[in-house]
Design a protein around this ligand. Structure first.
Ligand code: SF4
Length: 191
């Protein structure tokens, strides 16, 4: 079972996700930002995820669902990937709904990856040896909150901890390949 094999890494990841959620929540509360009903919907964005640990954790979440739902999500992921290839070949920019979004809700909300947790609110990031980069937040955030003064929301410590966690995991289990997959590719095991 995945959980037993990666248990201590999953615990570290869950703690890190908790820190992200709390920090994001503070920033969103300051702005009074609420993205419910947003028509842009970030679940329609083709995000790539870059860590084995988040992939394994998502699979752990998937395995906790009823089998019928697992099958449905995996089928949706296969369709998503097929269409994504077709659109790419035709050089069409078509947004598709993430296969984990069922009727507007994420069915693996507690297991969703970092970018799903941090996307939206204006933030800053400091990469080693570079200046701090400030990012404005998503379209809905800009519409609702651009007149407000910036609330410091620093993603840097989360990225550092995630990189360390990924490094520890890959060293322990000897993973040598780089990881880059969408949610649909993770679910359909389609690199
Ligand atoms: S994993 Fe969940 S929150 Fe993230 S894009 Fe998919 S449905 Fe949305």
């Amino acid at each position: 079972m995945i959980k037993n094999r990666y248990g201590s890494f999953f615990e570290r990841l869950a703690t890190l996700y908790g820190e992200m959620d709390s920090s994001y929540g503070n920033a969103a509360a300051y702005y009074g930002f609420d993205c419910k009903g947003c028509i842009e919907n970030c679940c329609l964005t083709r995000f790539y995820h870059h860590t084995h640990i988040e992939y394994l954790y998502l699979l752990e979440g998937l395995s906790s669902l009823a089998q019928e739902k697992q099958i449905k999500a995996t089928k949706k992921a296969v369709d998503y990937n097929k269409k994504a290839i077709e659109y790419d070949v035709k050089k069409k920019q078509v947004r598709q709904m993430c296969p984990l979004n069922f009727d507007g809700l994420c069915i693996l909300y507690n297991y969703r990856p970092m970018i799903c947790r941090l996307h939206g609110v204006s933030h800053e990031l400091k990469k080693p040896g570079r200046d701090i980069v400030y990012s404005p937040g998503c379209g809905e955030f800009t519409r609702q909150c651009e007149s407000k003064r910036y609330f410091r929301f620093d993603r840097t410590p989360f990225y550092i901890k995630m990189a360390q966690l990924e490094k520890d995991l890959t060293l322990k289990f000897g993973f040598t390949t780089k990881f880059k997959r969408t949610i649909a590719q993770m679910l359909a095991d389609d690199p």
